[in-house]
Each structure stands twice: as C-alpha cells, then as structure tokens.
Design a protein around this ligand. Sequence first.
Ligand code: FAD
Length: 390
Amino acid sequence: MAIDAATRRQILDGVDRLARERIAPRAAEIDATDRFPEDLYRAAGELGLFGLWIPEEYGGIGPDLVTPLLVSERIAQASASFALSFSNCGDAVTPIVHAATERVKRQWLPGIARGEFIPAFSLTEPQSGSDAASIKSTARRDGDHYVINARKMWCTNGSVAHVYTVFAKTDPEAGHRGVSAFVVPRDAEGIRVGRDEPIIGLRGSPTTELAFEDVRVPLDARLGDEGQGFKIAMITLDEARLNCSAMALGTATAALELAVAYAKERVQFAKPIIQHQGLEFLLARLAAELSAARALWEKAIVMLETSRSPETGVHCAMSKLMATETAMRVTTECVQAMGANGLSRNNPLERMMRDCKPFQVFDGTTQIQQLLIGRYLQKNGVPRTGGPFG
Ligand SMILES: Cc1cc2nc3c(=O)[nH]c(=O)nc-3n(C[C@H](O)[C@H](O)[C@H](O)COP(=O)(O)OP(=O)(O)OC[C@H]3O[C@@H](n4cnc5c(N)ncnc54)[C@H](O)[C@@H]3O)c2cc1C
C-alpha cells in the first residue's frame, strides 16, 4: 500500500520535529558515547515510523517504498547514526514481510511496527563479505527443527535486537542456491551476542559479532523454501542501496549548509571567505554535485516504484555509488572550508565526514557497485531510460 501525499506530508512534518527537537541535540553525545539511543528508537516507534514497512493487517501502515527513504534522508541531516538505526529495520523486516509464515508474521511484525522489537539482518561472516554466497554457516534439518551453527559479523543493531534474520546454508555444496534464511529470536538457546565493533563513523549504531551454536528453530521459522535465502537477501538490496543513498545525501546536505553558513561569516583578507573565488567555486561545485546525486536518487526511486527490472537495479547501484562518493567528497571539502575549526571535535562536520565513510562499504562497496554497473554495460549497453522523458 503506497501512502497518499497528505499522510506522507504529515509523517514528514512529525519526523522534522523529532529530528530538530530530539535527535539533533543528541547527535554529538551519541557519537561520543557510541551508545544506541533506545529512547529515540521508542520515540520513532510512537510516531509509527517502523510501521512504514509493514502491512496494516500486522499493525503497520505500509508497506511503502518512498516515505521511509525520505524519513532516512531527513533523520540523517540530524544524525547519520540514528538514521541507520532507524532504516536498518527496513532491511531486516522486509524479508519477514515477504517470506515468513503466518505464525512468524503474527509473532513479530506488530511489535516491530510499534518499535518494541528491534529486528536485525545477519548475512556477513568473518570470511564472507562482498562474496555473500561463500558463507560458511549451516542449518541442518533435525526432525521438526533446524540446527543452526553460524559466526556472523558486522550485524547492525545486533546487540540491541530482539530477533535476527539469519542466512545459513542448508546445502553447503550448492553455492548461492544452498542458502536459506531463518527468523531466530535473540533468546533462543545457543546464541552468543559478541562485542560491538568500534568503528570510525556511525557510532551509536551497533555493529555486532554474533555466534550461533546448535541453535534450534522450528521448521516454520524458515523464510520461503530451502535454497531461497539468497533471493530473499536480494529482495531488500535495491531498496537498501537507495536507503544508503538517502543517508549519504542527508548527511552531505547538512554538512554543506554548515560550511556555507561559516563561509559567509568568516572573514579573511578583509572579506567573507565565500567571496574568495577559490572557495566560492569549490562550494558551488559541491552544491551542483550534490544536486546531481540527488536527481539520480530520485530517478532510481521512481523506477523502483514501478518495476524491479535489471535497468532499475543498475540505477540503484549507480545511485548508491554517486551518493556515497559525493557525500564523502562534500563532507571532506566542507571540513577543508572551515580550516582548523572544521577539524575540531566540537564541530559536527568532522563527525559527518567520519559518518560518510561506512556508507561506501555496506550494502555493497563502491567497487561492488562498479562491478554491477560494469556487468550491466557488457550485457545491455548504456542505461538510458527511466527519466521523466522516457
Ligand atoms: C557500518 C556497517 C554496517 C553493516 N551492517 C551489516 C548488517 O546489518 N548485516 C550484514 O550482514 N552485514 C553488515 N555489514 C557488512 C557489510 O555488508 C560488509 O562489510 C560489506 O559487504 C563488505 O564486505 P567486507 O567488509 O568483508 O569487505 P570485503 O568483501 O573483504 O572487501 C574488501 C575490499 O575488496 C574489495 N573487493 C571485494 N571483492 C571485489 C571484487 N570482486 N572486485 C573489486 N573489488 C572487490 C571491496 O570493495 C573492498 O574494498 C555492515 C558493515 C558496516 C561497515
């Protein structure tokens, strides 16, 4: 169900208020303490934001593609870290919405919609990152249960989650066709929640190591059929890439606003530094690059709303590539534009620059996006369609 324009406006007004009044004042502290802000997660739940991915019959108001992307972009302007804490719910819950059994949907979706249960998506392993089909985790059938043995890494919201979407091989010899997906409650016996990795940016959004030792789940905890796990992981990928683009664009927009405001005030050589052409042209270019990346993101969203074709997929990859590269450049140059002040830990810009680096790594690295675009070029040529003029 797509959300109508008036409802979307109302939701975004609520998000803007939440971002201005509650998230922005906490952003520096979340980064400094590297602590997940549970109260903000609850507040987002009270606004109904987690219900955007969930159908009405399970307590949500969705699923809607566009609104959560716009929400992520707005939250990222206040705190990129909390934008990830929010938007990761979409990556984790969408496989449940698409492929879980009725019992599992009824067990988890209403609580996730209210923000009471936090879901997490666990695919990556110590030896398997970009090459996701090479995971080593296994799920062995034993009577009316599966027995899962897995070591997982870098699971966003892993240490605060109540339920995991876990990928493991039911047929270790069958490559990506041997991967299956399971919904596993955190309190299942045999789960060890490891430490959160201290990373350079997006601090306060936990990225966690997980171990599953002989964890038993009933057969109906499986998502879809055996062997469909890889396909299920891919369902969320186009959307996840546009979400990552949203967070990158939001963070870069906030950085550029700060740098422009500073450059209008800061006087050197008897005039505001923005009036020195060297800096004026730099900021002008950043604004143009950001706007171009935003236009590509908007085009990819429109395409994804209408079809999930290879052409749409390549646009999602191009959007992720351009938005995250642009955000890294914009935030780095904005730090430069503020001189020594840009480097101070008391200035939000250095945090924004650190926050942008992980965007180039998760949901497929920069190189993986280029690989996908390159493969498309070899098979189909230059992608041309999908714009407002056909
Ligand atoms: C903040 C954060 C949150 C994350 N959240 C989650 C999550 O919730 N769930 C989850 O399952 N995972 C998560 N991840 C893991 C993320 O998906 C992986 O880090 C990512 O897929 C890259 O894998 P890797 O880090 O193992 O790098 P590798 O795959 O080892 O890559 C290392 C380098 O080699 C390059 N490379 C690899 N293959 C190729 C190739 N074929 N051609 C050219 N270059 C190549 C890469 O681009 C990279 O530069 C998260 C990671 C981060 C940083």
